[in-house]
Write a protein that binds this ligand. Sequence first.
Ligand SMILES: N[C@@H](CCC(=O)OP(=O)(O)O)C(=O)O
Length: 522
Amino acid sequence: MAGYMRKHGQLTIVIKLGTSSIVDENTHEPLLSILSVIVETAVKLRQDGHNVVLVSSGAIGVGLRRMDLVKRPKQLSKKQALAAIGQCRLMSLWDQMFAHLRQPVAQILLTRNDIADRTQYRNAQNTFFELLGMGVIPIVNENDTLAVTEIKFGDNDTLSAITAGMVQADYLFLMTDVDCLYDTNPRTNPDAKAIEIVEDIADLKVDVSTAGSSVGTGGMSTKIVAARLATSAGVTTVITKSSKPGNIAAIIRYTEAQKVARISSRNSVVNFQDDSVPLAQAAALNLHAANHALAASSNSTLTSTPRDSPARTPSPQMDGREHAPLHTRFLPNPHPIRDRWFWILHGLAPHGKLYIDHGAWHALSDKAGLLPVGIVDVEGTFAQQEAVELWVVKKLSSTSHSQPPSAPPTPSRHSHHNHSHSPLTHANSYSASLHGVASPALFELHNPAPFEIGRAVVNYSAQEIRRIKGLHSTQIHDVLGFADSEYVAVRENVAFFGIEKSRPPTPSFGTRSSSEHGMCTE
Ligand SMILES: N[C@@H](CCC(=O)OP(=O)(O)O)C(=O)O
């Protein structure tokens, strides 16, 4: 990537500030003391040789103050107008504050649509890298003028996670109005326990109604979605309190020192508050390997502490060990998703669904492309080169073939990636098994429920795939009158939600012969 070469030990840190960290919830006046500490922290990190990116909400909030309005309007165009008014004030505020410390900044406004095109995604990425290489702090927000519902990131937590993936960050800090994630709502439950380390986000089970504010759009649930997305790209993700931005440096120092301590097999944890512990030296170690070692060395998936435990008082001296300020740290996936696949999963909005069988899943895990023969059903309307969700369904066993399913399905299992996706209904699952599938095999589409494994960019439209599903590639031309590719999606255009989704369990439930999928096991 032009203009960007990571130096030895250099970290890239993305800091996301929600509206409630930037303006007062009631008066919408800028929270100057918090912003000042953020500026000082970011500049200090820069001086230590690290890259810093800010994701700053607050345009609408600042716009409200500028126009002396009390309440956020409901109408989209009014919100967009306020964002346009507020964004230039917001940037002017950041620019002035950073200018006091002679730190140049740049504004980057993104919409989902901008990065849905691979070339534009790479252009945005190259701009980030060029800015970081020049020592500039990019300040990112959603381009609210253009961002209607279909092309919105949804909230700035998601935008910050996509930004963190795009700049290949080491850390994403999601600054919020609580000091960390709790297992239940700390405002209503005094026994709520702080969750300090999340080794595998797939195992996280919390009541996500724990936090939120009246001026922002994100609550704790969007932070967890963002953490899932960022950790999949190999980014350590931290939730901590925005009113104490000085914690950022302490948490990084503590985490990096812990990695050094683990790797060098020392038992004591290095004093994270001691500025003499060189951050760059700590960071010089391979971060992903170190995090993996850290995860492996702990017994439980989640480490939690009672809310007001003395162990959580800032900087205590306990048993000769220092503790970081209270925060939740999501460890990065030790097998981060490649940049192109991260883009397919999170840069593109899916326009429909393909239901595939286990044989196709096996073939994909064996690095083959997605052939029409492995497709069981199609949902939605999409064009060539658009993204779709990939859902796996199980074939019925041969003993079940003679009888159609008789009872309505009970959804048994949902993908944790998207709870809003309901399994296929009984009726359409059965009809799916009857129409269009070349093989007489039926598919058990509801028990277990289909589950989403990833996304694909397809070579054929929904209408075309409906006509070729279940067929051999040699038949595509006869049916459609053309055959752009033997694959519905080439392997390079198929991305999985993590390593566990990329490998089907063995033995396979599929019944097709391996040769049909161009693979050697089934
Ligand atoms: N782009 C919008 C931010 C949307 C929003 O409210 O985000 P957040 O406060 O992070 O939940 C703005 O700048 O006002």
